[in-house]
Design a protein around this ligand. Structure first.
Ligand code: HEC
Ligand code: HEC
Ligand code: HEC
Length: 167
């Protein structure tokens, strides 16, 4: 009985801490050692904003996180191995550069240096995936006369769909 109360108290404190983010959820993983670790997952839709030090030229981007949960988490959180906390994309040394590097594109894709620029990192991942699905859909459409085809839902690829305004 006493033990149960302690557990309930513990969980409610964690939910409170998660509550700092709108629509957040709780995720617990068990390590080999039997210890569990909790992580707050932002649920629903939230905004992605540029680093504070830059003067934004476009409005912040609305991101329906949960609408993407049919993918593996590490499709986007690509350094996460399933253990420990997920890092923010703009963690120092990741995609925290605030200026475009001189040599941005090499053989059609961003150079290792360029992808550290936050804008290229987001555009590469967000637009890249939406565009890939769109292109696959366009190909599928061409085969439609040959029989039924699968058209997949995708996300926006145009500037104002993601950034409704200029700032
Ligand atoms: C389509 C890409 C995508 C997928 C798939 C995805 N996320 Fe995210 N997630 C993001 C982005 C973008 C952010 C915002 C990160 C930032 O602000 O730098 C984020 C934020 C988070 C954060 C907060 C990190 C922080 O800034 O402290 C957590 C935790 C998280 N996601 C967990 C998950 C989990 C768990 C899954 C799998 C069920 C998942 N995500 C799937 C893109 C994705
Ligand atoms: C790995 C592929 C993938 C990545 C990466 C990805 N998306 Fe998506 N996105 C999708 C798919 C698939 C859908 C359609 C989901 C649905 O409607 O069920 C979608 C839908 C959306 C929508 C909703 C459009 C609508 O009709 O409501 C928005 C907005 C969006 N994505 C923004 C983003 C942003 C911003 C990022 C980068 C942080 C991102 N996406 C990264 C695959 C991706
Ligand atoms: C799928 C969504 C998506 C699309 C489409 C998109 N962007 Fe972005 N963009 C983002 C995200 C996410 C960021 C990082 C968060 C932020 O800075 O608002 C960003 C950042 C930026 C930034 C740097 C921050 C700023 O406001 O100065 C600029 C400039 C920008 N985008 C311009 C564009 C232009 C121009 C287009 C069309 C060619 C475009 N974006 C298309 C999602 C998108």
């Amino acid at each position: 009985m006493g033990d149960k109360k302690i557990v309930i108290g513990f969980v409610s404190i964690l939910v409170l801490a998660c509550g700092l983010l709108p629509f957040s959820g709780l995720f617990a993983s068990e390590h080999g050692s039997g210890e569990t670790e909790e992580m707050c997952i932002p649920m629903g839709t939230f905004y992605i904003e540029p680093p504070e030090s830059i003067e934004a030229s476009r409005s912040k981007v609305s991101f329906p996180h949960s609408l993407h949960f049919s993918y593996n988490c590490n499709v986007c959180h690509h350094t996460w191995t399933g253990e420990g906390q997920i890092k923010n994309c703009m963690t120092s040394g990741c995609h925290d550069q605030t200026q475009s590097p001189k040599k941005a594109v090499r053989e059609g894709s961003f150079s290792a240096e360029a992808i550290q620029y936050f804008k290229y990192a987001y555009h590469n991942q967000c637009i890249g995936c939406h565009r890939e699905i769109r292109q696959a859909n366009a190909k599928a459409e061409k085969r439609r006369r040959l029989g039924s085809v699968t058209i997949r839902k995708t996300g926006p690829t145009g500037c104002v769909q993601c950034h409704p305004r200029e700032e």
